[in-house]
Write a protein that binds this ligand. Structure first.
Ligand SMILES: [Zn+2]
Length: 462
């Protein structure tokens, strides 16, 4: 999906809306008054524009806490860590900033004036635990600066909004607005058709906006770190495949080969399982989930051209399924332009040295079904694959890839069936769940090179 974001003021907003832009109605502006008498006396100053104080970059202590958040789903992912904060707030220091990095949160604010009133504008809060209290954060700001008002631009659905009223924050009218225009639909089309545009799309757009602006600049300067990187992808394009997509995938492999060595998935799995993390260079291996036709048509031949292979994680019921089944399957994986491989193609990949792994029978969310169903989803899929290919199915990747999609019971079942279990999360660490799970990094081949660089630049830990 490609889109543009813009930040028109209230005067130019109507023009934007008339010419096909849509509005993201997510920002609210909340303030809390610290010095009541002064603020009342100068209340008209509240209408003055915010003017940032002179930059204080030289004396500023950057956030250093090793706290990072990573969000990802099938469409977008984003990373927030100290490097990101440095880029986002301190790359172009035009105002005075204050940084809180204490037990409960990292927070960044800019300091400025509205008329004679001093305002602390809190731009960023990253709670370090669920115990986060807004009250304590305000206290921390009070300790380091004497302000008349503290303000918080925040999205309507943010979990913090519950703490605003009890802390005597007031909502004030906000002129800033965010508009967007979709250039190329991809999956966004789906959201519009199904009428869930506003909430889900705006959420995804904002996250994508953060990720894109951050990684495009930041990723440019990053090179892969020595270690073993296992990539988790699905397809060469979210759209219908055309002749250009083979080139895109070829370029993706060329780009990685420049700074890293491509190795087979069997080799990568062995190195991780044997904890041979002390590598001289970045080693990269590939996996593809869901078994779409382009795995056979495009992906495997180009991997072979680059003298490497991949693991393909298959849902047996999707293979050679009828149209009704495919429609439901596509809903589950949120892709609407894909067809499955057939058994001859999967057999061919297997014969050519690629790994065929299990991805459960029907691509259900394992956390949403009973233990009996979890068992049969894993058991039946392994049996069918082994019968069709006459081998021992050692590789398993659960659906949707995050820990919340993989209950303890499903892990126990998977361990009975498969020596190697792969996630799609927690990529900075080689393992999850006491070394029971090998983590993969979600990267799609058509993502910008800078994003790929960034993900490969992670210093992985056991
Ligand atoms: Zn999947």
């Amino acid at each position: 999906m490609k889109f543009l974001l813009n930040f028109p003021n209230s005067n130019s907003l109507p023009g934007f809306l008339r010419t096909g832009w849509a509005q993201l109605d997510i920002a609210e502006y909340w303030i809390k008054i610290n010095h009541l008498f002064k603020t009342i006396k100068h209340f008209k100053d509240m209408r003055s524009p915010f003017k940032g104080n002179r930059s204080n970059l030289s004396g500023l202590k950057m956030p250093e806490s090793d706290v990072s958040q990573q969000f990802s789903d099938t469409d977008f992912s984003s990373v927030i860590n100290p490097d990101y904060l440095k880029w986002r707030f301190f790359g172009f220091p035009v105002t005075e900033y204050k940084v809180i990095d204490d037990k409960q949160a990292i927070s960044i604010a800019r300091i400025g004036k509205r008329g004679v009133l001093t305002e602390v504008q809190v731009l960023f809060i990253l709670p370090k635990s669920a115990e986060f209290r807004l009250k304590l954060l305000i206290k921390s700001y009070r300790k380091i600066t004497d302000f008349d008002i503290i303000s918080l631009p925040i999205s309507k659905n943010h979990s913090l909004t519950r703490q605003l009223l009890p802390n005597l924050f007031l909502k004030v009218p906000n002129k800033a607005s965010v508009t967007y225009k979709i250039l190329e639909f991809g999956n966004a089309n789906r959201f519009q058709q199904t009428g869930i545009v506003s909430h889900k799309l705006s959420y995804l757009l904002m996250r994508a906006f953060i990720r894109n602006s951050f990684l495009s600049l930041f990723g440019t300067f990053k090179a892969p770190k020595p270690g073993i990187h296992i990539i988790n992808a699905h397809y060469v394009t979210p759209n219908f495949v055309d002749e250009n997509d083979a080139k895109v995938f070829d370029k993706f492999l060329q780009h990685i080969s420049k700074n890293a060595k491509l190795i087979t998935i069997q080799e990568a799995t062995r190195l991780v399982a044997e904890k041979q993390f002390d590598q001289k260079e970045a080693l990269v291996a590939f996996t593809f989930d869901d078994g779409f036709a382009e795995c056979f048509d495009v992906i495997a031949p180009i991997l072979e051209k680059h003298k490497t292979n991949a693991a393909f994680f298959i849902n047996a019921n999707y293979v050679q399924s009828d149209e009704d089944y495919q429609k439901n399957y596509n809903e589950r994986v949120n892709v609407f332009t894909k067809r499955p491989m057939n058994w001859q193609q999967i057999k061919s990949l297997h014969d050519r040295g690629h790994v065929i792994g299990s991805h459960t029978l029907d691509h259900m969310n394992l956390a949403a079904i009973s233990e009996e169903e979890q068992f049969s989803q894993l058991d039946a899929n392994k049996k069918i694959l082994e019968e069709k290919l006459n081998y021992n199915c050692e590789y398993f990747a659960w659906t949707y890839g995050q820990m919340q999609h993989f209950p303890e019971s499903a892990l126990k079942i998977a361990q009975q069936f498969h020596p190697y279990i792969f996630s799609g999360t927690n990529y900075k660490h080689y393992f999850s769940a006491n070394e029971a799970i090998i983590n993969r990094r979600h990267i799609e081949p058509f993502w910008p090179k800078s994003h790929v660089n960034y993900f490969l630049s992670v210093n992985k830990k056991p």
